[in-house]
Design a protein around this ligand. Structure first.
Ligand code: FAD
Length: 365
């Protein structure tokens, strides 16, 4: 391969979107992915249906993300919002549909169609994607950065790290990006399980394993005070309690570093049960990792490192996470496009083409 403008490390949600964005700007780009196929986690998203984003306003989205994530993502979401994301997919030939809870899916409800769209676009835009390329190190060099795998090394002025968090390590995200960032001077916020279930006393589970309660409301209480309210499904599992209302509560516990909590669960039939979780399930089982590259060391207007110029980050490698419902993919896609847009500017490229708004239907006479 000749000269590259940008090396993107990671072929997950953020890396694939970054590769497509780089193709749109005409940047010479190489995407390196450790697995023999890209997008392993993407294929698992939304039970393989891929909940791409949420159909709410940008302001509401930032509010739902909470602090400090919401403030950090303001520029990224403004530059590539949930509605722009839906238009981007439609322009690529994959319409989206809005389902219950404002959840947005590809109309086919197949994550594999999302992945195919990404890989087709990379091919059409001549972006090289090298799978089975396990990056081992990222170091500063005369030309910018030297990125080395076990078999080859490449240099580039700009590097975008999109290697994900540390959840579901079998999908390839094992925390490598955070290690390189640390060696280049960054601080890593300790990892905590973001969206995970809780282990509870056996009496909570007795005679109910496999039961699913729809539409519950959970009050997250700490030291007698209500900290947050989550809504969704409550499931009784062999190992403890799960479901979206519970996993969203675990994110509140992780973000606010709550030591002890009580979950007050209001069921649809009006019954209320209170459970005192013993512990949260491990981070490798969580759907998202809380913790990662510290946000105050990143310029939120560009996703560039404030510590190591020329180094950019996107997606879950950063200390960003959201509740269930499409927030995490949106964050990965938005940060990826913001970073590539900023690199494009530095390489003298114009901005992205405007995404057409859907034609307004004429009112019936
Ligand atoms: C079961 C499950 C379901 C989910 N469902 C949803 C959903 O429906 N909606 C939603 O919004 N979010 C969902 N999420 C969360 C979402 O999948 C993640 O937040 C998102 O994938 C993060 O994207 P990323 O690109 O930052 O990281 P990843 O998708 O994890 O991608 C990182 C990539 O980097 C590669 N990589 C890592 N290290 C190296 C290395 N050394 N060299 C080369 N490549 C490397 C990995 O192999 C991987 O392909 C779900 C998560 C899980 C686990």
């Amino acid at each position: 391969m000749g000269k590259t403008d940008i090396i993107i490390i990671g072929g997950g949600a953020a890396g694939l979107m970054a590769g497509c964005a780089a193709g749109e700007l005409g940047l010479r780009t190489l995407v390196l992915e450790r697995k023999h196929k890209p997008g392993r986690k993407l294929l698992m998203c939304g039970n393989a249906r891929c909940n791409l984003t949420t159909n709410i306003s940008d302001g509401r989205m930032l509010q739902m993300l909470g602090e400090p994530v919401g403030r950090f993502l303001e520029t990224a979401i403004g530059a590539f919002s949930p509605s722009m994301l839906q238009r981007w997919f439609a322009a690529g030939g994959l319409r989206t549909v809005v389902k219950a809870g404002n959840k947005v899916y590809p109309h086919t409800e197949r994550a594999s169609d999302v992945l195919n769209l990404f890989t087709d676009q990379l091919r059409d835009k001549n972006i090289s994607l090298a799978c089975s390329s396990v990056v081992e190190s990222v170091e500063k060099s005369k030309k910018g950065f030297c990125v080395a795998t076990g078999n080859f090394w490449v240099e580039s002025r700009y590097v975008l790290i999109a290697t994900g968090g540390i959840s579901y390590p079998k999908t390839g995200s094992v925390g490598d990006g955070q290690e390189w960032a640390k060696r280049l001077g960054h601080t890593i916020e300790p990892y905590r399980p973001g969206l995970a279930g809780f282990e509870v006393e056996p009496y909570v589970l007795k005679g109910r394993i496999g039961t699913i309660y729809e539409r519950v409301v959970v009050d997250v209480l700490s030291e007698g005070r209500k900290i947050a309210e989550t809504r969704g499904v409550y499931e009784i599992e062999k190992w403890g309690v799960g479901g979206t209302a519970i996993t969203d509560a675990s994110r509140v516990v992780a973000r606010q570093r709550l030591e002890t909590v009580v979950l007050r669960i209001k069921l649809e039939n009006g019954k209320i049960e209170e459970i005192k979780p013993m512990r949260v399930r491990p981070v490798k089982e969580a759907m998202v990792t809380v913790g990662g590259v510290m946000l105050n060391e990143i310029d939120s207007r560009t996703m560039e490192s404030r510590i190591c110029p020329g180094l950019y980050f996107a997606g879950e490698v950063l200390d960003i996470d959201g509740p269930t419902g499409g927030y995490n993919l949106q964050a990965a896609f938005s940060t990826a496009r913001l970073a590539v847009g900023a690199i494009g500017k530095r390489c003298g490229k114009g901005g992205f083409h405007a995404l057409e708004k859907p034609a307004k239907r004429r009112p019936r006479k």
